[in-house]
Design a protein around this ligand. Structure first.
Ligand SMILES: NC(=O)c1ccc[n+]([C@@H]2O[C@H](COP(=O)([O-])OP(=O)(O)OC[C@H]3O[C@@H](n4cnc5c(N)ncnc54)[C@H](O)[C@@H]3O)[C@@H](O)[C@H]2O)c1
Length: 246
């Protein structure tokens, strides 16, 4: 069975993506710093008859990413899909951001995306079997977004990384695309005060007048990870109910 590695799948969107890729026929390797969350995701997949393994990985540690990637390939099955999903999103005024805060956001949201892609692509290329990498971006890369500056920088980088990797890895039949979500109900919303007013603002911004569901993002990832998108690479797909139309 081919393996899909999903980073940050110990909860939120990553858990929904992991479940969907398992239903699509992948063994799933869940990379997360939160071991209990990662195990809960795997248990859920197991309950549905799928196969999954939890890896406690701090994505700030590049060598840990490589070790886990090679282990997943050997233990679960050939890595055919990587979803770079884990991210942190500290919010606060730009004038208060410290070098330590900034480095952490870059390490998780940007550097780990690169090195996870490198580790996966090495395996995909060696076996000559191709594969698909999906980077989770964000619509915050478009326009301005206050009090999220370091995060928005990394989400712009996810789209740039997608295009550059797609160009270099295309000759090896490795496709690289990006899914940029709008606003979804995960722990990202915990920082919002009045949830009802927040939801109304989101719906007012979208062309479609409902809140997005986690499975909306998982479906887009499933498409870009699977054979139906075999001639699509280097693209960013906004999954945002028609919020950004660029
Ligand atoms: N929720 C939204 O509305 C929204 C909107 C746009 C983009 N996104 C993107 O979707 C992705 C998932 O977001 P989410 O809302 O599900 O977040 P989340 O906080 O619910 O999940 C993120 C996961 O990443 C893990 N993680 C954090 N730091 C880690 C580290 N150092 N090593 C390993 N794992 C680590 C966390 O433990 C967690 O399980 C992110 O890339 C985010 O930028 C989310």
């Amino acid at each position: 069975m081919p393996t899909a590695v999903v980073t940050g799948a110990g909860g939120g969107l990553g858990r929904a993506i992991a479940g969907r890729l398992a239903r699509d026929g992948h063994a799933v390797a869940v990379f997360d710093i939160d071991g209990a969350g990662a195990q809960a995701t795997c248990d859920g997949i197991g309950d549905e008859g799928g196969s999954a393994r939890a890896y406690v990985v701090d994505l700030r540690d590049v060598s840990a990413i490589d070790t886990a990637m090679r282990d997943a390939d050997a233990a679960l099955g050939p890595v055919q899909v990587l979803v770079n999903n884990a991210a942190i999103f500290p919010a606060g005024p730009v004038l208060d951001v410290t070098a330590g805060d900034y480095d952490d956001v870059i390490a998780v949201n940007q550097r780990a995306y690169f090195f996870a892609a490198q580790a996966a692509a090495r395996l995909m290329r060696t076996a000559g079997r191709g594969g698909a990498i999906v980077n989770i971006g964000s619509i915050t890369q478009h326009g301005g977004w206050s009090e999220l500056v370091p995060y928005a920088v990394t989400k712009g980088a996810a789209a740039a990384l997608t295009r550059a990797l797609a160009t270099e890895l295309g000759p090896f039949e490795i496709r690289v695309n990006c899914v940029a979500p709008g606003a979804f109900p995960t722990r990202a919303e915990e920082m919002q005060g009045d949830l009802e007013a927040y939801s109304k603002r989101i719906i007012d911004s979208q062309a479609l007048k409902r809140r997005g569901e986690l499975d909306d993002v998982a479906a887009a990832v499933s498409f870009l990870a699977g054979p139906e998108s075999s001639f699509i690479t280097g693209q960013t797909l906004n999954v945002d109910g028609g919020w950004i139309m660029a």
